[in-house]
Write a protein that binds this ligand. Structure first.
Ligand code: GLU
Length: 479
């Protein structure tokens, strides 16, 4: 068997896409399973749409995800010479030809096809121009592109590792494809074949939006004398409404850097993406797994053919699972930059901060939520006037417990959360209050919400001074 060599080949015409990462993960797993090589190639031939910042984002995204490559990044923009050489070869061998059609002519052709309700495609009109005709076009000042001669009405067939037998007739491919623009820039379908051939890629695993491209590329591989790789087309990710994830409609949900910015854990995102279309053969019900533990189990044949569905609650579920497993020191170091932006961390010791964080850790869907959950420890600008809070505070019992707590504060043992809780329970007993009648008014007064971390812990961390100020404020405003 040929050595396994796979690649991921993003174009820097946009941010690193969720679908690209998922495809990269399948490539990575396939390479590792087969002791092969995984290659990164940046397909930056489209000089109008490329941006350096996207290249940077793509490289940084993979780094954040800790996806390692055995080779690359290779850049197509550094390989133009090879593309031009092979274009000339095809031209010399009569496998490619100059097409001088103008945009107006092509538009006209399309109009006629549309009116006749036949599929729109280039009609290969310049395949067999005479030398005379070519000269004439050049004299007219026309520019030419290079087109590849597809075999006519030919069934391109392959056995896809994911989708099984595939057959696409060349008459459905839109006519002879352009391989080089008039300015000598190669088009995707040409450069990709040359690179996959030249880099000895054994398996091309990519999104199934490329099925028709594969049917164009196989004859190009053959024309250039390269071995045709094995293909596997991965289903795309759609929304619940069966729409492709698009920037315009769905904002940045398809961009990896959104997940990085918001404090998702890369392991969780990867687990989620792999699991979207692949299940373990040994334990199909097991959803949580690390990449390295499934390498030996990985098999392209187990990737589902049906499209994947983006499901944020499910992603939260994975992320929450991984966050819960993090040592608290790591939660601290990974979330510190979120917290520092908004909160004055110097108000508390590191030990206190760790306690705050572990009190909310289990409820986090992503790390940036932590700021909102512990904000009340840092400032008391929370809203006491919401209807819910008002209805909790505006009772006779609420006033009693707030006032009683205020007078008892000096006797609290703030070093000990359990003792603080006990002290509250004792005050409650004296007033004949327990459960939410006792806790909710206190919680609202000191944190702005009737839910939150353990009340004893909250009291012990806030300390006497802050508690006094907050209780006074709540009493003054409402009771
Ligand atoms: N640059 C292409 C893309 O981003 C690569 C497709 C392929 O894997 O061949 O869609």
């Amino acid at each position: 068997m040929k050595p396994v060599r796979v690649r991921i080949a993003p174009s820097p015409t946009g941010s690193l896409h969720l679908g690209t990462v998922r495809t990269a993960l399948y490539n990575y797993l396939f390479a590792k399973k087969n002791k092969g090589k995984f290659i990164l190639r940046i397909e930056d031939t489209d000089q109008q749409r490329n941006k350096d910042e996207y290249t940077k984002e793509i490289l940084e995204g993979f780094k954040w995800l800790k996806i390692k490559f055995d080779e690359g990044p290779y850049f197509q923009s550094e390989r133009f010479e090879l593309y031009r050489k092979l274009a000339q070869k095809l031209l010399d061998e009569g496998k490619a030809y100059h097409c001088f059609s103008t945009q107006e002519e092509l538009d006209e052709l399309r109009k006629i096809q549309r009116a006749a309700k036949v599929p729109e495609k280039y009609d290969n009109r310049h395949r067999n121009l005479t030398e005379e005709q070519k000269k004439q076009f050049i004299v007219e000042g026309r520019k030419s592109v290079l087109r590849f001669k597809l075999p006519d009405n030919f069934d391109v067939k392959w056995i896809d590792e994911i989708r099984g037998h595939i057959c696409v007739n060349t008459s459905d491919l839109g006519g002879d494809p352009v391989i080089m623009r008039s300015d000598g820039i190669p088009l995707y379908n040409f450069a990709v074949v040359i690179d996959d051939g030249d880099m000895k890629i054994s398996h091309i695993i990519r999104g199934d939006d490329h099925l028709h491209n594969t049917a164009k590329q196989i004859p190009i591989f053959q024309a250039l004398g390269f071995d045709v790789p094995t293909f596997g087309h991965v289903p795309l990710i759609f929304t619940h409404e069966r729409e492709k994830l698009s920037k315009r409609k769905h904002g940045d949900i398809a961009n990896i850097d959104k997940y990085q910015r918001e404090g998702f854990l890369p392991e969780a995102l990867e687990n989620y993406l792999v699991h979207m279309s692949w299940t373990r053969p040994d334990k199909p019900e097991a959803e949580v797994f690390k990449l390295d533990e499934i390498i030996d189990l990985f098999d392209l044949g187990r990737i589902s053919k049906s499209s994947a569905v983006y499901d944020l609650p499910k992603l939260y579920w994975f992320d929450n699972h991984y966050i819960k497993e993090l040592p608290i020191e790591e939660v601290y170091s990974l979330s510190k930059h979120f917290l520092e932006k908004d909160l004055n961390l110097s108000l508390y010791s590191k030990e206190q901060l760790l306690k705050m964080m572990s009190s909310v850790q289990a409820g986090l869907n992503k790390l940036d939520e932590i700021t909102g959950l512990i904000r009340f420890f840092f400032d008391d600008k929370f809203d006491l006037s919401s209807n819910e809070n008002k209805s909790i505070l505006n009772t006779e019992n609420a006033r009693k417990i707030l006032e009683k707590t205020l007078t008892a504060l000096t006797s609290f043992d703030f070093q000990n959360p359990q003792e603080c809780k006990k002290a509250i329970d004792n005050l409650g007993k004296e007033l004949g209050l327990k459960g939410k009648d006792l806790y909710w008014p206190l919680r609202v007064a000191i944190s702005g919400s009737n839910k939150g971390p353990d009340l004893g812990l909250v009291i012990s961390l806030l300390g006497e001074e802050r508690l006094r100020a907050r209780l006074n404020k709540a009493i003054a405003v409402f009771v």
